[in-house]
Write a protein that binds this ligand. Sequence first.
Ligand SMILES: [Zn+2]
Length: 183
Amino acid sequence: MKKTPEFNPRRLDARAFSKNGATLSGRWPLSGFTRLRDALAASHDGTVQGAVDWTVRGEEVPQRGGATQAWVHLEARTVLPLVCQRCLGPTHETLTLERDYQFVADEETARLLDAEVEHEVLVLERELDLHALLEDELLLDLPLVPRHEVCPQPLEGGGNGSAAGDKPFAALAGMIGARRDSD
Ligand SMILES: [Zn+2]
């Protein structure tokens, strides 16, 4: 077996990672995502429970003329603890995401390519922070108005009403709304 270098997901050399066809996976606690955490429901002891399971795979795609493209494929799954905006009781949302990132040498190439293709285009950095990238993706996929399909106590205002009191959903909705149409 060919020896592959160690890769650090917080400081990933995407070019080398793709060249090696390497794979990394792990599990990061939701409480470690400082931007996402504010939108999540804390449990009774004030901590945010849960974790994100993720896998990344590098791929080098040969081009005509001997050049290669660097790709990183990301898959992640988590169950987010949220507050139902109808009954203010606790609810959960399962998120799964799959993203394909092509890495290019510079901003200009990224800008031109991004207008043409469906997948994500990122500029190569020596140290890509996958934790931050994953957090960006989770924030984009976060439900704007989390709700039970059917609230357990719809007419009683069920659950603990104070649970949602200090959650900045309005600000978050505004932030994400710029990228999404309302639904
Ligand atoms: Zn509800």
